[in-house]
Write a protein that binds this ligand. Sequence first.
Ligand code: AMP
Ligand code: MG
Length: 326
Amino acid sequence: MNLEPIKTAARQAAALCSTVQKRHFVTSQKADNDGPVTIADYGAQALIANAIKSNFPGDAVLAEETGEQFVGLVPAEQRAKVVALIGEVLGRRVSESDVVSWLDYGKDVQADRTWVIDPIDGTKGFIAMRHYAIAIGVLRGGQAVGGVMACPGYPAYNGGGALLWTENDTCMIGPIAGFSGRQVRVSAIQDVQRVRVLESVEKSHAGFERMLRARMLAGLDAAPVERLDSMEKYARIAAGDAELYLRLPNLKSTRAHSTWDHAAGAALVRAAGGLATDIDGSPLDFSSGRTMARTRGMIVSNGRIHAQMIEGVRALLEEEAETASS
Ligand code: AMP
Ligand code: MG
């Protein structure tokens, strides 16, 4: 599988996102109250899906946004803006019906290979000018086997951001604007004083107190914690710039994890020699469509502290069960 055309699309999507950030900021709430969406989300998804259509026809695509939402929720004037931006990036005329058909390309198709697109992961971060990622994962047999991720806020390459991708079972990194790349691996750090921990920024996205308690029970509470939006957390683990990304839902949360929030990241971390698992250490299960129906949380690490963290989460669940029954 040659990911070059998808890397190109990720670069184009990053260019479009950055233009939207500079020129216009428009958000529309999704119908199902599933968080904000901007015209850049639609633009990025259309570019990536079009690249899949041209280069991997017949493959299935599972993407966050839909053509129906684009037409139904975005005012005509905003739609025209993003259609023009896509044309600008591609260097040719594009119509609105092209964009709508690209947005839905490969939807509901059954195939051996499924492309998973999160056009802007961390939209709240994108809007707040924090970190976000453009992520494309490849699924086969319910496992994440490949990925491309653009992280415009990655602290590398003189502030230009980083592109990460899988290549022959390894993980590569390079500048978003540029074509060079080098192999990266997860870090070898396991000393609890040196372990760097990542977690979400948004309070509604994860159970911060639970995660702190689990880290304490794992003996990892001395580690510095950085809060970072988006799947860039996976990229940092893959590139050896952090050791642990823990994600546990709020106790009261009933929302399942979305497949597109994890597929590309899991593939990068695995290719870099790390582990991205459910909280009991089993591989992340991407076989249930748009949501990860059976997944209870994520432990993503360089592998060295993984067993310790699984044990910490197990102890947390035991404590919580005791509290609930008393
Ligand atoms: P992060 O930047 O790590 O906070 O992750 C961003 C992603 O979290 C978004 O793309 C959302 O799809 C997802 N998200 C939002 N709320 C929740 C929730 N309650 N549980 C799990 N994921 C969520
Ligand atoms: Mg997302």
